[in-house]
Design a protein around this ligand. Structure first.
Ligand SMILES: *[C@@H]1O[C@H](CO)[C@@H](O)[C@H](O)[C@H]1NC(C)=O
Length: 228
C-alpha cells in the first residue's frame, strides 16, 4: 500500500471506532442500583435509574460538600476495619457523575474482608501503614481464578477492577489508613461471606454443603456466625 492509502485506512479505522463508541453510548445506561423494576404510574415511583435531580436554581455549594474525612472510623468491632463511604447517599452532588470515594481505617491486623463492588472499579491509596491487598479474576478459560496480590506501603496505589473479589488486610501491629476512589456514584458492596452464609432468609444448607464440598456441621457453623 502507498503511504497515502495507509493514512486513509487509519483515518477510516479511527472514524469507525468513534462511531462504534458513540453507538455504544446510544444504548441503555448502566444500572445504578441492583435493580429498577418498572412501574406504570409515576406517583408510585421512587426514583429513576439513580436519583431524581434537584431543580438547578435550588442547588447550593453544600450539595457538593462533605466534611469530616479527616476523622477515623471506629475499628474496635467486627474484623478491625471501618469504611467511611461517601457515595451519592452522603453527597447528593455525585448524582449522575459516576464517581465516589471512601476512607478505610484498619486496626492492627484489621481486615476489610473479601467483597466486590458490582458497579465500580476501585483504586486505593495508602496514607499510613501497610496493607496486604489482592483481587481474584473471574473464572478463566482454564477453569482457574488467578490472584493478584501486593503489599502496599504509604503512598502506594492499587486498582481493583470492577466486579472482582478483593480484600485489604493490615499485617502490622500499627494502624493503617487508606482512601479509595470508585467509578460509580453507587458502587455497591457484596461482602462474600455475609451474602453466602448470612443471607436472609438463609440459603438452603444442602446448596452450600454441595457448593463448598464440606459437612453439614461446617455449613451450620458458618451460617451461625455473626456476619454483619
Ligand atoms: C465506623 O465508624 C463510625 C464512626 O466512628 C461508627 O459510627 C460506626 O459504627 C463504625 N462502623 C462499624 C461497622 O464499626
Amino acid at each position: 500500500m502507498m503511504k497515502g492509502s495507509v493514512l486513509m485506512y487509519q483515518v477510516a479505522t479511527v472514524a469507525l471506532l468513534a462511531l462504534a463508541c458513540s453507538l455504544a453510548f446510544a444504548y441503555d445506561p448502566s444500572p445504578l442500583q441492583d435493580f429498577c423494576v418498572a412501574v406504570d404510574k409515576y406517583d408510585s415511583a421512587v426514583f429513576v435509574n439513580g436519583k431524581f435531580c434537584k431543580d438547578p436554581k435550588d442547588v447550593k455549594a453544600e450539595d457538593f460538600f462533605f466534611p469530616g474525612l479527616d476523622i477515623a472510623g471506629d475499628t474496635s468491632s467486627g474484623q478491625g476495619s471501618n469504611v467511611t463511604a461517601v457515595t451519592v447517599e452522603q453527597l447528593p452532588g455525585l448524582n449522575t457523575l459516576g464517581i465516589s470515594l471512601a476512607r478505610i481505617d484498619f486496626a492492627s491486623y484489621g481486615l476489610n474482608p473479601p467483597h466486590t463492588h458490582p458497579r465500580g472499579t476501585e483504586f486505593i491509596i495508602v496514607l499510613e501503614g501497610t496493607l496486604l491487598v489482592g483481587f481474584v479474576t473471574s473464572n478463566q478459560a482454564d477453569g482457574k481464578n488467578r490472584l493478584f496480590t501486593k503489599v502496599l506501603n504509604t503512598g502506594d496505589v492499587f486498582v481493583f477492577p470492577i466486579g472482582l473479589i478483593h480484600f485489604q488486610w493490615n499485617p502490622k501491629k500499627s494502624k493503617a489508613i487508606a482512601f479509595a476512589g470508585l467509578s460509580s456514584q453507587n458502587p455497591g458492596v457484596i461482602t462474600i461471606a455475609n451474602a453466602v452464609f448470612g443471607s436472609e432468609p438463609p440459603i438452603n444448607p444442602d446448596v452450600l454443603i454441595k457448593a463448598f464440598q464440606v459437612d453439614k456441621n461446617v455449613i451450620e457453623l458458618l451460617q451461625k456466625q455473626f456476619w454483619k
